[in-house]
Write a protein that binds this ligand. Structure first.
Ligand code: ADP
Length: 248
């Protein structure tokens, strides 16, 4: 059994007097899809923000790929291989899809210390990688499209593509299917499944049929706490989960 890539131990987050998260723990294994579900206000976004460094926790510990990152900046976590689909990406609406992706890939080469602008070979590598990412996320035919003119679904795909430019070890996806039509949902679902060949996926998603069909593990939250954690089959039949989340 491989070590978890992300190990969160009993973190707490307070907003003033309000305890938004209490003793939240999770262990995400490499090459798995681990979903986080729960009713609105359960603390899912607060948890994502603590994991990705937007708002570090008040208590507890977070370790990522062997590094203790409890109080580390979001930037440092990205450097260690953690990506979030929207927060770490800066899409420039006036640049094309390919240009935006080139920036994301170049940023990684910079941080790896490559002198990309001197080397035609490295430039060729970047172009090939940009093309490969566009193919993976299904926007190859939009390479020359101004990013601001993309459809909602294609925009979300570009956001995931930008995160992939960092070649992360784990990607955090915050409602990747929100606002998508049926075709985009199907395509994005396939994309998420393909991601786990190369990385761990931590997923917040409201589309329960998709969550139940693609996740390896599901952590269920309610009122800032973990109330269940198991495989989709067992979570689906857990009475406490049905009570808190599914409403039956
Ligand atoms: P979810 O993503 O599961 O819908 P959130 O993490 O957004 O839940 O919210 C959890 C709780 O924390 C909610 O009660 C919300 O009102 C509260 N909360 C979230 N952010 C803040 C904040 N910046 N200040 C005060 N309360 C907040």
């Amino acid at each position: 059994m491989p070590d978890p890539i992300l190990k969160v131990d009993e973190i707490g987050v307070r907003f003033g007097d309000f305890q938004a998260l209490t003793a939240m723990s999770i262990a995400v294994k490499p090459n798995t899809i681990h979903a986080l579900i729960g009713p609105n206000g359960a603390g899912k976004t607060t948890f994502f923000n603590a994991v990705t460094g937007v708002r570090p926790p008040n208590s507890g510990k977070i370790a990522f790929d062997g590094h203790v990152v409890t109080k580390a900046s979001a930037h440092r976590r990205v450097h260690y291989g953690m990506a979030r689909s929207f927060q770490v990406t800066n899409i420039y609406p006036n640049l094309t899809v390919a240009e935006n992706l080139r920036l994301a890939v170049q940023a990684r080469h910079h941080s790896e210390g490559w002198v990309f602008w001197r080397s035609p070979a490295a430039r060729g590598d970047i172009a090939a990688e940009v093309e490969e990412i566009m193919g993976r996320v299904g926007i190859l035919d939009r390479a020359g499209t101004r990013s601001g003119d993309l459809s909602h679904g294609a925009q979300r795909s570009l956001e995931i593509g930008m995160a992939l430019g960092a070649q992360p070890k784990m990607i955090c996806l915050d409602e990747p299917l929100a606002g998508m039509g049926i075709d985009d949902v199907h395509r994005t679902k396939e994309l998420i499944v393909s991601l786990k060949e190369r990385m761990a996926v931590l997923l917040i998603e409201h589309n329960m049929s998709v969550v139940l069909s693609i996740s390896d593990f599901i952590t269920v939250m309610a009122q800032g706490k973990k109330i269940a954690e198991d495989t989709p089959e067992r979570v689906r039949n857990d009475p406490a989960v049905r009570q808190a989340y599914l409403g039956s």
